[in-house]
Ligand binder design. Structure first.
Ligand SMILES: [Fe+2]
Ligand SMILES: [Fe+2]
Length: 482
């Protein structure tokens, strides 16, 4: 059992005795032999084994990083390193195991285990009968409706119900769609029909509750951490923040002069950014109306609910056993592209979820076609351009489906929003093992620099609105806890 296992701090093994340098020979062997690193977060009582290479590729000195994670080799790993060293180069003097400095891994509280992917709770959901799954979703909808009717403003009650019900819905959707993947399309759609209906009903109640309340971010994070499994935590946070953002966006564009102000500041603040995306146009012709197809506006309720479903199931294509975060070290590019494709295809062909939701899944890492994006649709766009050499994308973002399907616009509004929330969530996630989680402010600054200024990956205007949303939410959270 890992809890009992003797472990050795990686920094002690990799630092050359008597110097501050790293023992490069050891690093080579660890990589060649794929000896895993035991990552321990004492504060969060988490630990997990990670491939050395993944951590190393992101930061080739990660074992010296100060932060909430500590890095160890297990005794088995250390012995493997030692025997391989002797086998390969007997002349290398194997560093003595630091006997008196043996480190024990953090002693997590009873019951705390390594939790990856969808976490151990997932099994319970997967083993429910179809009827039980639907009952669970319907009960969740009733719980949400009761809270709505009670008109409570108790932040703790609202947040807890939102987190609980979102987690149920994400788990049940993943379990059912995973089952449906192996069936013929018609059969799969029959199997998932009740799920689609109940999830959509639940999402309506949940979205209404979010738009009527400011739920506490801090409280949300505490509650989300109770559910083990990094993917499920991510999906829960993205869904809740996604709807909260749409609600904020609607208030902003319908009740203030925000659009007019954007139009006035457009030339100085945004024109150069959008010219990179629309290089075939004259600089002066790039105006706010070129960014938003048929103009910037509020989102009508019917779209709002369809997009809410998209937030909930956007990472449904992630395999339970694989853990990674986009834009960071733990990712294998092929796997990232694959989860976009699998997610899109399974929602499109195995369920009757609206096309809006499947397109959000398919476009959620497109990064405006940037080479670093995971552009599942980029190949289709290239083919279209080849067949229609005179056709140009004259708009950046569309709220409707047709302009994205007809290649008139570069991006789909809810997918651009999802991209931003997704990156923000990944870089602020406290459970990542490969680098210290960024604070809210650090994340916003980094995203502005890397994803807007350096490369035009996420949308500049939507990002600015998102930044204000996060900052206002943080301020409100402070007020509530004062
Ligand atoms: Fe994703
Ligand atoms: Fe995601």
């Amino acid at each position: 059992m890992l809890e009992k296992e003797v472990t050795i701090l990686l920094s002690k093994i990799l630092t050359q005795q008597g110097t501050k340098g790293n023992n490069l020979n050891y690093i080579d062997i660890i990589q060649e032999e794929e000896i895993p690193v035991l990552c321990v977060n004492k504060a969060a009582q988490k630990k997990r084994l990670m491939p050395f290479k993944t951590l190393f590729d992101n930061n080739n000195d990660f074992w010296h990083m100060s932060g909430s994670w500590e890095y160890y080799l297990t005794e088995e790993g250390y012995n493997k390193l030692k025997s391989k060293l002797l086998e390969k180069r007997p002349d290398w003097n194997v560093q003595k195991k630091p006997e008196e400095k043996k480190e024990k891994a953090a002693e997590p509280a009873a019951g705390v285990k390594m939790e990856m992917g969808f976490g151990s709770e997932y099994k319970t959901y997967a083993e429910m009968t179809a009827k039980e799954k639907i009952e669970c979703l319907n009960n969740d909808k009733n719980r949400l409706n009761e809270i709505l009717l009670s008109k409570t403003k108790d932040n703790a009650v609202v947040t807890e119900v939102l987190v609980d019900t979102t987690k149920d819905a994400a788990m049940i959707n993943h379990a059912t769609i995973e089952e449906a993947i192996n069936l013929a399309d018609d059969e799969a759609k029959k199997l998932t029909q009740d799920l689609v209906d109940s999830t959509q009903e639940m999402v309506k109640s949940s979205a209404q509750l979010i738009s009527e309340n400011v739920f506490s971010n801090e409280l949300m994070n505490t509650l989300v951490e109770k559910s083990n499994g990094t993917i499920i935590q991510h999906m829960t946070r993205v869904y809740l923040n996604g709807i909260a953002f749409l609600s904020y966006y609607n208030n902003l564009v319908s009740t203030s002069s925000a659009i007019q102000r954007l139009r006035i500041s457009f030339a100085t603040k945004y024109r150069t950014f959008y010219h990179k995306l629309l290089p075939h146009m004259n600089l002066d012709d790039i105006v706010l109306e070129r960014v938003f197809y048929r103009g910037m506006r509020a989102i009508p309720p019917e779209l709002y609910f369809k997009w809410a479903v998209g937030f909930l199931i956007h990472d449904i294509g992630k395999a339970g056993a694989v853990e990674y975060h986009e834009g960071e070290a733990l990712y294998d590019r092929k796997i990232v592209i694959d989860h976009v494709k699998q997610g899109y295809k399974s929602i499109m062909t195995k369920t009757n979820y609206p096309m809006e939701a499947s397109l959000m899944t398919g476009y959620h890492h497109e990064y405006y076609g940037d080479v670093d994006g995971y552009g599942y649709f980029r190949a289709y766009l290239q083919q279209y351009k080849k067949a229609n050499p005179d056709a140009k994308q004259d708009y950046c973002i569309t709220y409707e489906l047709e302009p994205i399907l007809d290649y008139q616009a570069l991006a789909y509004f809810p997918a651009k929003v999802l991209e931003i929330i997704d990156v923000y969530d990944s870089v602020t996630d406290p459970l990542r093992t490969y680098r210290k989680a960024l604070s809210s402010e650090e994340a916003l600054n980094m995203m502005k620099e890397q994803f807007v200024e350096k490369q035009a990956k996420i949308d500049a205007i939507l990002f600015d609105i998102f930044s204000t949303f996060i900052r206002e939410k943080n301020k409100q959270g402070l007020k509530q806890s004062a």
